[in-house]
Design a binder for this molecule. Sequence first.
Ligand code: NAP
Length: 281
Amino acid sequence: MTRTITGATRVAGVVGHPIAHSLSPVLHNAWLEAAGIDGVYVPLEVEEARFGEFIEGLRATSWAGLNVTLPFKRNALAAADNAHMRARRAQAANLLVFRDGRITADNTDGLGLLVAFAEQAPGFDPKAGPVVILGAGGGARGAAGAFLDAGCPEIRVVNRTLVRAQTLAAELRLKAFDLRDAEAAFEGAQAVINATSAGLADSETLDLPLAATPAACVVMDMVYKPLLTPFLAQAQALGRPTVDGLAMLIGQAIPSFEAIYGEQPPAGVGVRALALKALGL
Ligand code: NAP
């Protein structure tokens, strides 16, 4: 069925650089169509130096909302008039909601991570034991906040640049480890989450002693291109249960859609199958 765009259509989208391969338009437009909402969701590529100008321009329009991806998540938080605690704690925003010329920032990445665990590792209980987060950027911060909110008793942050892990650990009362000491961090962990950008297609891969984790430890990778990263493949070869980054992407899109369009996305749309098709899988 073809949707008709009218003067009343609510317009939202996702901004990044690059943006052509974003899956967010696939997810949001499928939900909009299934829900019969008069809305459209578009990809927007913006020059890196012109993000501030771009946001100020949107402020003057009837724009409904914006998801934000690399490299603009920190800029998005700075451009907002106010921010949810989740975005302040992550020092990054993946969602800007526009209302009456004012912009509110949020970070739904951590919520998406918990949705991904609930879907692909249903036996996992955040309250049951230590969780290891690899990385100390916005993704890691969002994850740490979500696990803290979910009652996780101990979070270990492991990063290549130790001082960044220490800064995050001091802020949120976590434990900091150097990436070279990952084996010690893995001891007794009930989940390990890769929130580094290592593993992205064509970038460096992580080579860590995952065998030091308990047999039931859930291993998750935020990277979803490729869907089966070398890190997840290593975990699966060791027999560890895994959670993929696409489940997190879909998980963060659910509260984003609700914030932008004012209702939950409809159930049963099969957005994962659509996203897998868009990934060529
Ligand atoms: P970021 O702020 O740029 O942080 C990148 C982190 O990766 C830093 O901790 C950095 O360590 C580390 N790192 C980069 N290359 C590394 C390498 N070769 N070895 C070890 N550590 C390395 O990025 P971000 O926004 O947190 O995003 C991190 C990843 O999560 C990205 O791949 C992003 O696409 C993904 N992500 C996915 C979702 C989803 O929905 N699936 C949501 C959010 C983020 P240093 O501090 O030492 O530089």
